[in-house]
Design a protein around this ligand. Structure first.
Ligand SMILES: [Zn+2]
Length: 116
């Protein structure tokens, strides 16, 4: 099924578990499904921050309609989400480092206090 040329919609889920779609660097949040449920409407994720009225409509996970944005696309958001598990690993290891640093600082403070 390679008939939708460069229409690159990526369906995913937000960290809150809500349905989202990535399209050409923009992120869209699920809106309210229309009456017969055949078309899924999406709204630009920047609609509050940029007052953006960009919308997307999909049908059977295929792009139907994409309206203009006032906001700029953010292509970096996709890899950020994909590598979330890697980021967690980094966060875990840096927590260890942080506790080591904190421990050393506490030692220093204790020594200072004893010196008085
Ligand atoms: Zn937008």
């Amino acid at each position: 099924m390679e008939d939708d040329d460069d229409e690159d919609t990526v369906f995913s889920k937000s960290q809150q578990g809500k349905a989202i779609v990535f399209y050409e660097g923009w992120t869209f949040h699920f809106h309210i499904r229309n009456k017969d449920g055949s078309i899924t409407p999406w709204r630009c994720a920047d609609r509050f921050t940029s007052m953006c009225k960009g919308t997307l409509q999909t049908k059977d996970e295929k792009l139907l309609k994409h309206t203009d944005h006032v906001c700029d696309p953010h292509p970096f958001k996709i890899p950020k989400l994909k590598f979330l598990s890697d980021l967690k690993d980094v966060a875990n290891s840096s927590t260890e480092v942080t506790s080591l640093i904190v421990g050393k600082e506490l030692e220093k403070t204790e020594k200072k206090l004893r010196g008085r």
